[in-house]
Design a protein around this ligand. Structure first.
Ligand code: PLP
Length: 386
């Protein structure tokens, strides 16, 4: 029995290898900083989502330790049993205030938030419409919800309007990434909000890559576009990227948050995250608000990288965010460039299908406020050489 299972699995794995799609993990022997220790060598880290450089911040680490002293390591149970601590409560209030919404609800991960929120808001007689390039967790959430699932063309409000107009869903939910995770471009949020409102649909935005980074105070894409709860009733953000800790949240109305507590299965049927993580995230939130220089520096580095990349003729995409993809001719070229860069001391993301559409394999370069101008220049040099 198990022999036949392994044989079948091996065949599939072999096929994936032949397609140059086989994934393997790199073992990192250090924490997430602007340099990583890999195979006893320090390499420059241009692949993490630690946009503000907070993942190894000493103030946040101290808060984390204090949180453990106060609460121990584990939460012990789900939020609906005894896992919901004062630390979670405080952080939820702080996130609500920061996003200018009545309530916020913590989830263990962004993946769980997305499948839980969509599942709680729509079901069999409803419709969910998603941008073609949405994050996998949003697509999975849409499929799991059992609502009629449709994808509209990337950033295409006309296509969305057409599909919404033809939709027979009792409830209609439009779902988009704020910043597209593999492309770095922004959703046309004001137009999406108009189209949704016109069609009596609800709009949900996943701001995993914008939260902390975009907007004057770092409150993300809704702040960048100056949109409120009226336009974007469901706002989701993550805490493991720019915030440098772990977890996710949804912010919105009283009715939305109470609905999630009652009906969101990935909220209800899982252990609450350690309270100490919430304590650490509260400290992180303070730094996000206070340290304007992190966003300013990040934007300077983004401009510097783009100017330099254009000079050496790299195929960039239209992104002004810290996500700067460089398109490659083929998936093999993605792997080769990635390997060469690593040999030269630079780690970048090697992104291939099915994470991105067929034929659009790319290096995913991400910038962080922790990087220096010299590091960015050195990366451009290395890219030029390979
Ligand atoms: C990373 C990411 C998620 C998942 O968040 P986790 O907290 O890592 O589970 C969801 N949506 C988008 C757009 C992301 O980039």
């Amino acid at each position: 029995m198990s022999n036949s299972m392994d044989r079948l699995l091996q065949e599939n794995l072999e096929k994936r290898r032949l397609q140059h799609l086989y994934r393997s993990r790199v073992r990192v022997d250090s924490g997430c900083s602007e340099q990583l220790s890999i195979n006893d060598k320090l390499v420059h880290n241009f692949c993490s989502n630690d946009y503000l450089g907070l993942a190894d911040n000493a103030v946040i680490a101290d808060a984390f330790k204090k949180g453990i002293d106060q609460y121990g390591t584990g939460s012990g149970a789900s939020h609906l049993i005894n896992g919901h601590s004062k630390a979670h409560c405080d952080l939820e209030q702080q996130l609500a205030e920061f996003t200018g919404r009545p309530r916020a609800l913590l989830f263990s991960t962004g993946y769980m938030a997305n499948i839980g929120v969509i599942g709680a808001l729509v079901g069999r007689s409803d419709a969910v419409l998603e941008d073609h390039l949405n994050h996998a967790s949003l697509l999975d959430g849409g499929l799991l919800s059992r609502a009629k699932f449709q994808r509209y063309k990337h950033r295409d409000c006309i296509d969305l309007d057409k599909k919404l107009g033809a939709s027979k869903g009792a409830r209609k939910l439009v779902v988009t990434d704020g910043v597209f995770s593999m492309d770095g471009d922004l959703a046309p949020l004001a137009d999406l909000a108009d189209v949704a409102q016109k069609n009596d649909a609800w709009l949900m935005v996943d701001d995993a890559h914008g939260f902390g980074v975009l907007g004057d105070t770092g409150a993300g894409i809704v702040e960048e576009f100056n949109l409120g709860m009226q336009e974007v009733p469901v706002l989701m953000g993550t805490l493991g990227k720019a915030f440098g800790t772990y977890g996710a949240f949804v912010a919105g109305s009283e009715a939305l948050i109470e609905t999630l507590i009652q009906f969101s299965r990935s909220y209800i049927y899982t252990t609450a995250p350690p309270p100490a993580v919430a304590v650490a995230t509260s400290a992180s939130l303070e730094l996000v608000k206070k340290d304007h220089w992190r966003r300013d520096k990040l934007n300077q580095l983004i401009a510097r990288f783009r100017a330099g990349a254009e000079q050496i003729g790299l195929r960039l995409m239209t992104s002004n965010t810290p996500i700067q993809p460089v398109l490659m001719e083929s998936d093999t070229q993605v792997l080769e460039a990635n390997k060469k860069l690593l040999e030269n001391g630079f780690m970048v993301g090697a992104i291939r299908p099915p994470t991105v559409p067929e034929g659009t394999g790319r290096l995913r370069i991400t910038l962080s406020a922790n990087h220096s101008e010299q590091q960015v220049d050195a990366l451009l040099d290395a890219l030029d050489r390979c």
